[in-house]
Ligand binder design. Sequence first.
Ligand code: ZN
Length: 417
Amino acid sequence: MVKTGVNLQKLKEQNSFSILHVIREHGPVSRSQVGKILGLSNTTCMELARHLISRGLIREKGQGDSSGGRKPILLEINWEYNFVIGMILSQEGVSCGVYDLQINKKELVSHNVKLTGKEIVARIKECAFEAIHKSHLTEENIAGMTIGVGGIVDAAKANIMGSTHFQSREIIHIHDQLDSIFPFPLYLENYGNLMALAEKKLYYPQCESLVFIQVDTGIGGGIICNNKIIRGANGYAGEIGHMTIEKNGPMCFCGNKGCLEVMGSIPVLLQKASFGLLTQRDSLIRKFMDSDTVTIEAIVKAFQAHDRLAEQLFEEEAAILYHAALNIILTYDPEVIVLGGDIVLFGEAFLNRIQQSVQKTIFDVNSENRVIAFSRLTDQPRVCGAGIYAVESFFTDHVVYPDQTHIKHPHRIISPV
Ligand SMILES: [Zn+2]
């Protein structure tokens, strides 16, 4: 029933949007099931589903079980209706994945190049067009592209505000330079946030608050609170790597001392191991090294063989990340904290040590409401996270009613969660 004064077109758009989401979440699902979930009449459901099918957004997919009459025809999302691009800019270069709307990978292109502030835009363009071409798609098939960076991002203006990866403290105006090149929506996001989103969407869909900590060459993170990515007023929220752990610690790129990144990133751990080997020459770490270079794998193998130096490094690293986890718990009290990056090689014992340290505090009373876990993302997780972000944006932004003859191309950033 439409009340006087309510815009009928708007109502149809909203109902189409809701139907699309129910089919996405519950599909394959019959029209009558969709109607029941949304409280819509069969006639409305039939009409709007017909429209969505004609637009190619959904499709019929087999028959469901009969409850007495004819078997109902089921509906599902047309996952190949459009494709998205997830792109990651890092110290290693540019990686670009093309995915369907169900995050099935169609193509992956990687260029190992050193990125500097001036070259970034040319590299983005080159890699994206190559990926589209190799996927046998055109720009019209692309619903959106998310560019993930390991720096501080001004989400609203789509600018990179500074990144250790590009050795830049200058603002890089991504949006201004790419706006006229790509005909589809562009999103720019810190990849800590992308990983947090990917973890939530793929593994913790019911959880409303999740913090992701990536421990690799640097330490980054992403925070989802009440189902929203937390960016803060200036894009600094989620910069977990720059949380102070030791106020008189080593100098960090950011201008502060003793940041988590300069205390506990993997290169710092390897450096500590190298120093340790100078005095503990019989350490098993040396035995597991392939060459003269210490690797995280060598430390992990030595730890598993109960090597004293490796155990000491393990304990120090666990203590540093415990402090980071505790700060996060006291600030956000998330349901889930996910650790990703090479640190996962330490295995469950590492998580247990952090959990044990939390249990010694008073902040463990409701610990059944909290999970501390390793990331399960394996295949190009950051690129995949960027793809997921673009898919979520597509389903959030998409205008589904026929009078809107084109898809909006807002070159703007919307948090899809
Ligand atoms: Zn710092």
